[in-house]
Design a protein. Structure first.
Ligand SMILES: [Zn+2]
Length: 68
């Protein structure tokens, strides 16, 4: 089984569920990211979600100080 990474748009054999997109135009459903993108972009895996929100992918970036 393989899925397309939400971030890099490449097929991945180790998809991590990261969110849910609107069911429209036949592209809806669960979106996945590859493991390298999850760590590189600080994506929160759905399993670790504290709140579902609107279902879009969540990031840890808010807890990481940004460089200015
Ligand atoms: Zn990726």
């Amino acid at each position: 089984m393989s899925d397309t990474c939400y971030q890099c748009r490449k097929p991945t054999s180790t998809p991590v569920p990261i969110g849910i997109v609107a069911q429209d135009a036949g592209t809806g459903g669960t979106v996945h990211a590859c493991r390298s993108c999850v760590s590189r972009h600080h994506i929160v895996p759905m399993a670790d979600w504290k709140h579902p929100g609107d279902g879009r992918p969540q990031y840890y970036s808010r807890t990481v100080p940004e460089r200015r």
